[in-house]
Design a protein. Structure first.
Lengths: 323, 818
């Protein structure tokens, strides 16, 4: 039995905000896979839980006419992973949330909770960083949008105020169209695991300058063709790259400097793997804990970046990568 | 045989698959109160006071007892038969609640309430003051000069016990001198190393749980998830200072124990709490965190070893100084540490001898107790790391080295335990063939690159029962029903291992009553069930199997006596076959199995000559009786149902046919086997992928091959966790860091590869059905085999368990491999 004094099942976002405002000890609950664990450990006991779990508009994935993906924060990991839009537009996000816990946890835990819990080890964290995701927070004073890259304040801390509800997770087309990517969760076992490290590398390949004239189509089409037919790495450059990490710092992070360094390099240049492995080390701040030492995490940060980049390139170029 | 040796479906399969099987918590009454143990938040010190006044005001709180309220009685908790000699009795070193805090999480108070929330709210309002001493979490801290003795009334320092074991006459130094004369000093090599195993938790699915009440006649009744109901009854009586007859323990189905429940855990406190609440039912469910931090663990052991051997791979002498972290309380005392030292010594044959010294140390950390294979996994890890390190140093093939130097056929330990059937080498041969040892050792030589492959092996020997180290006694009762079916009552408990099923098979085999008509009583109630010390060691099929056999023989005789009366024919001419009384015809000579032929498959097995009549307790008839196969059934004369009805209701000779026996088992033997592993090491990530893992077991005749295989699978999975990921961690203050299933890494089904098993079914003359131990052995040799395969792959000797990715990466870096 959990030590909960009151439980409210909100019927709408506004209703939930009203309840949160009215009771200063009230906490939002959705899937409960973090909140209930905290309660069980004696933290935040004896208060009110305001459930947003049954609010219909917080569920599901949609794509707006302009191509923006809108993810309902109360969508559970299982539903998110099998959603057709997620699978076609941002498959690495689905793959990332499929590494959460076990099947039962994935049926309960939600993507919004994964973000709002504020953990650097969240399995969606690294991917979300690379997607420039924007988060819509609605509170008593209306709505605001926060980029995920500015969402985290520290371990378990985010800019979300207690009485605010995350109502939508937005991903713009320029952040996913034409990209291939790879998320690697490094854990000590293959399920029921908290990430020792999470690394996501996503690349978008464009025409090399010499071939630019020959390319009349947009980057989107070219990338789509590449994904189908492979492509010649000699004629491709890394036109964009995003590198995101979980557990490489107190909050999820991006490695912008390394991204800048690699942008524009030939897809056929073997030194990109060494470069990424070396340069990410300057942008991370892992700490030693009894779960893993700083040195070990640094080793993983470097190695996983190389492997994730290779996988991302493979997705774009197929076997031509090694041609 | 009709039933024994068949893969009969588990008798409890339906209930366990559907969820209908009832466990301790399912049985508690609706009005049951709930209790919570309050744990100390210091690792070493003393409780000065506990102010309960605010806590008592919490609505729903019924009773709070503290360490100042419990009887001044220290009691032992080990699931051992009680020794009638005071010198050999288990150490009594804890009270129901302890004022003297000896570990972080020590039990200092308990709160009883209407629900857990009331108890938890009350707990937060307790005001506890302590006097604090330095935590002594490690063996080195506890042995350091000036360390606070944890049990000053029992021991002047923190050494629980130190013993020395020895084979051969010479010391290591003398052996070295003699070897130099005999082989020439330049022909000798030495290797020394320190190996360290981890402290791990059992992680049984069902937590330690019980509920208790006082019945109308003043008897305390405790329903508990335990392996040892009768021993628990005695320990509760000791802890409370109540007579044994006023204690009743009921054991329903249980969700695993692995030795943790071969200790009496919180049941005496539970009994005390119901008494304190006027006999109202009180449940005491121990959380996962409490199970891991405050019940029992596997001993973390350091082995400092030395070995002397010749350049051509002959083992001459070894020594080991072993330090075992026993934790805050004695539990099984020194028994496990001693077992480690003896198996280390016995597993290999040292030409000049071996010395192994064992020290169990009290520390302010979780108490170490029994866990699957009772120290032997630690012993074999140390012995077989050393064996492969010797091979590495001398350039020997590990398979050949073991063939040449392992314990030999006919070996008798110093306490008399003997290999009556022996096939260690045949086990090795079959495992090596299955994994492709020679080809793989060749293929994996001289690898470069960051991903490498390796193959490794390890061997084990295991005592089947505990005689003569400790008493082995078991009782059985069989009762005929009016329809000719029967009940079997035992107290060697079903703990998930399939005991109910194999005992059903055995009872059927001996009596001729088919398994579907053998009703085994799974629940043990100490007021009703005959005495047995419980489910532990790997003793049940061997020791309790003898009781079942002996009881079945007597039961069968009584049935045939009655049949003889009904049919007016001599009982010797009759037999029971498939629920019918039949004429007994002589067995075809051609159908008889020649014992020598049965061994023909095993080229170099050996077997200790002995005469059954020489057996110590003269129970040769039990061992020799093979059920009904000595005759073959002829004409059907009488149905068991008619016999039973007549026996119950006859106006001329009414008789309830029952049998009840005690079997005092004074036989023992060794089981053996080995593990072979093929794996891939991804060095930059410190990841080990097991490609193939094979366990080969000589456990004598299998009673139920499918259950046997399942038992081996479980053990292998446990061994993989022991090798690669499991370890209970503490901070400098003695606080447990990972006492939960997220951070204590037992492997998931995703982490376990296909598990391959090979059995050598060699008849052991000491087993009631030619059977030997199998419950614990599967876990033993897995971790060292994995370690040795990593050594083969990378050349890096990992000397500390578990071999986590971080430890591997650190080691590979140190060697410049990444």
């Amino acid at each position: 039995m959990y030590d909960i004094e009151h439980y409210v099942e909100a019927v709408s976002v506004e209703d939930a905000i009203e309840h949160l405002k009215a009771d200063p000890d009230a906490t939002v609950i959705s899937g409960g896979t973090d909140v209930l664990v905290r309660l069980r450990s004696g933290k935040g006991v004896g208060g009110t839980l305001v459930s947003i779990h049954e609010i219909p508009e917080l569920h599901g994935v949609d794509r707006l006419l302009n191509g923006t993906l809108v993810i309902g924060p109360a969508t559970c990991f299982t539903d998110l992973a099998k959603d057709p839009l997620i699978r076609s537009c941002v498959p690495y996000l689905g793959e990332a949330v499929e590494t959460v816990g076990g099947p039962q946890i994935r049926n309960m835990g939600t993507i919004g909770g994964n973000l709002c819990n504020g953990a650097t080890s969240a399995d969606s964290a690294a991917v979300m960083q690379t997607l420039n995701t924007r988060l819509v927070l609605q509170g008593p004073d209306g709505s605001r949008e926060v980029p995920v890259t500015e969402f985290y304040l520290g371990p378990g801390k985010t800019v979300r105020k207690r009485e605010e509800i995350l109502t939508a997770i937005l991903i713009e087309p320029q952040d996913y169209v034409g990209f291939t990517g790879c998320y690697i969760k490094y854990g000590k076992r293959r399920a029921m695991e908290i990430a020792t490290l999470g690394c996501c590398v996503r690349v978008k390949l464009g025409a090399a300058p010499a071939d630019e004239a020959a390319e009349n189509g947009g980057g989107q089409e070219t990338a789509a063709q590449d994904m189908q037919s492979g492509g010649n790495p000699e004629s491709r450059v890394i036109s964009d790259i995003r590198i995101g990490y979980g557990v490489a710092a107190p909050t999820p992070i991006r490695c912008y400097k390394t991204e800048n360094l690699l942008r524009g390099r030939s897809a056929a240049d073997p030194s990109v793997y060494e470069l990424i492995g070396e340069h990410v080390l300057e942008e991370v701040q892992p700490r030693s804990s009894w779960r893993a030492s700083k040195e070990f995490r640094l080793q993983l940060i470097s190695e996983l970046a190389r492997r994730a980049l290779r996988e991302a390139m493979l997705s774009s170029l197929g076997n031509n990568l090694f041609a | 045989m009709e039933s024994v040796g068949k893969s009969m479906k588990r008798v409890d399969a339906r209930g366990k698959v559907t969820g209908e099987a009832r466990y301790a918590n399912d049985l508690k009454p609706k009005n049951c109160l709930t209790a919570k143990v309050v744990h100390a938040t210091i690792a070493n010190g003393r409780v000065l006071s506990i102010d309960t006044s605010e806590a008592e005001k919490v609505p729903g709180v019924v009773k709070i007892v503290t360490c100042f309220d419990v009887p001044d009685i220290e009691f032992p908790t080990a699931g051992h038969p009680w020794s009638v000699e005071p010198a050999h009795q288990d150490i009594a070193d804890r009270k129901l609640l302890n004022e003297r805090v000896r570990l972080y999480g020590d039990d200092i108070a308990a709160i009883v309430g209407t629900d857990n929330v009331a108890c938890e709210r009350a707990e937060r309002l307790l005001k506890i003051s302590y006097e604090e001493y330095d935590p002594i979490v490690t063996v080195d801290q506890a042995l350091a000069p000036g360390a606070t003795p944890l049990h000053p009334n029992l021991r002047k320092d923190n050494v629980l016990l130190h013993t020395s074991f020895r084979s051969g006459e010479l010391t290591y130094e003398e052996a070295k001198e003699k070897a130099a004369e005999e082989y020439g000093a330049d022909q000798l090599l030495e290797h020394s190393a320190v190996y360290q195993t981890a402290r791990i938790a059992h992680c049984h699915i069902e937590s330690a749980t019980s509920w208790a009440y006082v019945d109308t006649n003043g008897k305390v009744t405790v329903t508990s998830s335990t392996q040892i109901p009768h021993i628990m009854r005695r320990v509760i009586s000791q802890a409370l200072g109540w007579p044994v007859g006023k204690i009743r323990v009921i054991k329903p189905y249980i969700g695993g124990g692995f030795g943790n429940k071969q200790d009496v855990l919180y049941e005496p406190l539970n009994a005390f709490l119901t008494i304190a609440c006027g006999g109202r039912p009180v449940e005491l469910e121990i959380s996962r965190e409490e199970c891991m931090a405050s019940t029992r663990t596997r001993h973390a052991v350091r082995g400092e070893v030395k070995a002397l051997f010749t350049r051509d791979g002959k083992l001459l002498a070894r020594t080991m100084d072993e330090y075992s972290n026993g934790g805050a309380y004695a539990s099984h005392g020194h028994a496990i540490t001693a077992s480690i030292a003896t198996i280390f010594k016995d597993l290999y044959h040292d030409e000049y001898g071996c010395r192994s010294d064992a020290t169990t140390v009290y520390t302010s950390s979780a108490t170490a107790g029994a866990m699957r294979a009772y120290g032997v996994p630690q012993a074999v890890f140390i012995a077989d790391c050393l064996a492969d390190d010797i091979c590495q140093a001398g350039g020997f093939d590990p398979l050949k080295f073991r063939m040449d130097n392992c314990v030999g056929a006919g070996f008798s330990a110093s306490n008399g335990i003997t290999y009556y059937s022996y096939s260690m080498k045949e086990c090795m041969r079959r495992g090596a063939e299955a994994i492709g040892w020679e080809e793989k050792r060749k293929a994996y030589a001289g690898q470069t690159g960051s991903v490498r492959h390796g193959v490794g092996m390890s061997i084990f020997m295991y005592k089947v029962g505990v005689h003569p180290i400790s008493l082995e006694t078991s009782s059985a009762r069989m009762i005929l029903n009016q329809d000719g079916s029967m009940q079997v009552e035992l107290s060697a408990t079903e703990i998930g291992q399939g005991a109910d099923t194999v005992f059903t098979q055995m009872a059927s085999e001996i009596t001729g009553i088919t398994p579907d008509r053998v009703y085994i009583i799974s629940t043990q109630d100490t007021d009703l069930a005959p005495f047995d010390t419980g489910a532990y060691a790997s003793r049940q099929t061997f020791v309790t199997g003898k009781a079942v056999k002996k009881c079945g023989i007597e039961f069968r005789k009584k049935i045939l006596d009655y049949a003889s009366y009904m049919l007016d024919r001599p009982a010797e001419e009759l037999m029971i076959w498939q629920n019918q009384i039949c004429e007994k015809l002589p067995e075809d000579e051609s159908a008889k199995i020649d014992p020598a032929a049965a061994w023909a498959d095993f080229p170099d097995v050996d077997f200790k000559p002995f005469e059954l009549k020489d057996l110590p307790n003269g129970e040769d008839s039990i061992l020799r009786d093979t059920g009904n196969i000595e005759g073959k059934p002829g004409k059907v004369l009488l149905d068991m149902k008619d016999l039973a009805q007549t026996a119950f209701y006859s106006l001329s000779r009414s008789e309830h046919i029952t049998a009840e026996v005690t079997s005092h088992c004074k036989e023992n033997s060794f089981a053996s086997g080995c593990s072979f592993v093929d794996l891939t090491v991804d060095m930059p990530l410190g990841k080990v992928k097991i490609n193939r893992i094979i366990n080969v077991h000589d456990s004598g005749r299998l009673i139920n091959p499918q259950l046997a295989q399942a038992q081996v699978h479980g053990g292998m999975a446990m061994g993989i966790g022991y090798a690669l990921s499991e370890e209970l961690l503490y901070d400098a203050k003695g606080r447990p860091l990972n006492d939960n299933l997220l951070d204590f890494k037992i492997p998931t089904s995703m982490d376990i590869p296909d598990l391959e098993t090979i059995f050598l079914e060699l008849d052991d003359p000491m087993g009631p059905f030619g059977n030997k131990a199998l419950g614990e052995p599967p876990v033993i040799s897995v971790a060292p085999a994995i370690r040795n395969a990593i050594l083969n792959a990378t050349g890096v000797a990992m000397n500390e368990l578990p071999m986590t990715p971080q430890r591997l990466v650190e080691a590979f870096r140190e060697k410049g491999l990444i």
